[in-house]
Design a protein around this ligand. Structure first.
Ligand SMILES: *[C@@H]1O[C@H](CO)[C@@H](O)[C@H](O)[C@H]1NC(C)=O
Ligand SMILES: *[C@@H]1O[C@H](CO)[C@@H](O)[C@H](O)[C@H]1NC(C)=O
Ligand SMILES: *[C@@H]1O[C@H](CO)[C@@H](O)[C@H](O)[C@H]1NC(C)=O
Ligand SMILES: *[C@@H]1O[C@H](CO)[C@@H](O)[C@H](O)[C@H]1NC(C)=O
Length: 445
């Protein structure tokens, strides 16, 4: 991936120099303007050149504001006609389901620094379309409504505005849903390990969708119930030993640890209108499975589902309504793959080759790897993920992605991880993951 070399991050030193040079220039011009006043009466400085000075000053100050915004390491608004897409694992997870003590709902009622910071991050970046990972599923929708009304719509700092997402949805999840097999061979069927996805109660660690554009819930496809064994060439027997899963477990286990959805969104911009497919999932972490490595295998196949879907040869795929959908058949479809994929092409414990195939899929846009100065500072390379500027989580890996289709120009894509130089560094306390965003504009034919 040679695109790394041209990354804007490496310009940041130059940018700072320019910023300070401009500060000096403004200072000098103000001095000149001040000292020009008396000489004006002497006719030494024409009013014309004074106007020039004022104009130059205004220009410089505007530039400075932009430059110092960059010093904040947070993006300004997306350019006209662009749509901002984001994926954020906000770690909004309770200890119990709603109705019991310690639920996410209760946490939202009580409030906490982390919740407020997660909301502030969203308010400062202002994505138009957001895949919010690790948000406990609540079938009534009340938990998400509370997060919107009490946090997102209320400014979380003096200099930021609330944000309202007219369209939102909690997505049902396999986590904490007890399967009918003893998946972990411990002699009984119990949570969390014998759930279709790891979780202590149904819907723990689920995800939600927030959008300023309407989406077509009826046209949504999902593959929550799809069984792992039904994927041809699956890795369910690549465990150590290969018969780690009993025949009952193989017959039973679903592929998706949470859910895999294709949600069509009706995007409208100043000068364009199109259908946009959100492809969202949150594969299991390839960890907590020693020495059997069943999560490593499952993570890879959860990612592969999207590769086959984009190849339009997922002839095996039957969605949750029983429809066969071999993929995103319209090759001109606008889409983005959103997710904490729990896999880094350069390191960590996942099968790197699979995430690499997704990133480099012929239908995915080519653009510089999103990076941050905060990641660069958190320069732990013990998990072999290099360079650290690409990391999206405290645990020093690149795992969070927004991968737009080639039908888009990706104008900018970054990891929101303000360094200790930025006055917004405190946002890192929101979650163990960082938000990743991409500003996209549809290519004109
Ligand atoms: C059932 O599994 C749980 C969790 O692994 C374990 O704590 C418990 O002792 C098991 N019970 C029996 C009867 O094996
Ligand atoms: C789909 O096509 C790709 C690329 O040709 C291939 O690697 C993959 O194995 C195919 N998958 C299926 C399920 O046929
Ligand atoms: C990592 O960053 C620290 C400061 O944040 C610095 O002292 C150290 O030299 C860096 N290490 C590498 C390998 O870049
Ligand atoms: C994050 O939270 C911890 C614990 O509350 C605090 O000590 C630390 O200063 C915070 N970090 C930042 C960058 O604000």
């Amino acid at each position: 991936m040679d695109s790394h070399l041209a990354h804007p991050l490496y310009d940041s030193c130059a940018r700072r120099l320019v910023a300070w040079w401009n500060v000096l220039l403004v200072f000098f011009l103000v001095l000149r303007l001040a000292s020009a006043q008396p000489s004006l009466e002497n006719g030494l400085l024409s009013s014309h050149s004074r106007d020039d000075l004022v104009e130059k000053l205004t220009e410089l100050i505007h530039e400075l504001i932009t430059e110092f915004r960059e010093g904040d390491e947070l993006p300004g608004p997306p350019p006209p006609g662009a749509v901002r897409l984001a994926s954020f694992n906000a770690a909004l997870v309770g200890e119990n389901p709603k109705g019991q003590e310690g639920s996410l709902f209760d946490m939202l009622v009580e409030g906490s620094e982390e919740i407020s910071l997660a909301a502030e991050t969203i308010q400062r970046v202002r994505p138009d379309i957001l895949a919010l990972k690790e948000f406990d599923y609540d079938p009534s929708g009340e938990t998400l409504d509370l997060f919107k009304e009490k946090y997102l719509e209320v400014p979380q700092a003096d200099d930021v505005e609330g944000i309202s997402y007219t369209y939102s949805m909690q997505i049902v999840s396999n986590t904490g849903v007890l399967s009918r097999a003893d998946l972990n061979n411990d002699g009984n069927i119990s949570l969390p390990d014998d759930g279709y996805g790891f979780g202590f109660y149904p819907g723990q660690f689920a995800f939600a969708i927030l959008s300023v554009f309407p989406f077509d819930e009826k046209a949504m496809r999902s593959w929550r119930l799809f069984k792992w064994k039904d994927m041809p060439g699956n890795r369910i027997r690549n465990t150590n030993p290969p018969d780690y899963y009993s025949p009952e477990a193989v017959a039973e286990l679903r592929l998706s640890s949470k859910n895999h959805i294709d949600l069509p969104v009706a995007v409208t911009t100043d000068d364009d209108e199109y259908t946009f497919h959100m492809l969202v999932s949150h594969p299991t972490p390839p960890a907590f499975d020693q020495p059997f490595l069943y999560n490593v295998q499952r993570n890879a196949d959860e990612i592969r589902l999207w590769i086959d879907y984009l190849d339009v040869n997922a002839t095996y795929l039957v969605d949750d309504r029983g429809r066969r959908t071999k993929g995103l058949a319209d090759l001109k479809a606008n889409f983005a793959v959103f997710g904490d994929q729990n896999n880094d092409p350069n390191g960590g414990d996942g099968i790197n080759e699979v995430i690499e195939r997704l990133i480099e899929h012929p239908r995915i846009a080519r653009f510089p790897t999103p990076a941050s100065l905060g990641g660069l500072e958190n320069n732990d390379t013990s998990r072999e993920s290099i360079p650290p500027a690409f990391h999206t989580a405290d645990f020093a890996l690149r795992v969070d992605y927004v991968l737009p289709s080639k039908t888009f120009n990706v104008l900018k894509s970054e990891v929101i991880w303000p360094s200790t130089e930025s006055r917004f560094n405190y946002l890192v306390n929101a979650s163990d993951h960082r938000m990743v965003y991409a500003d996209v504009r549809r290519k004109k034919k």
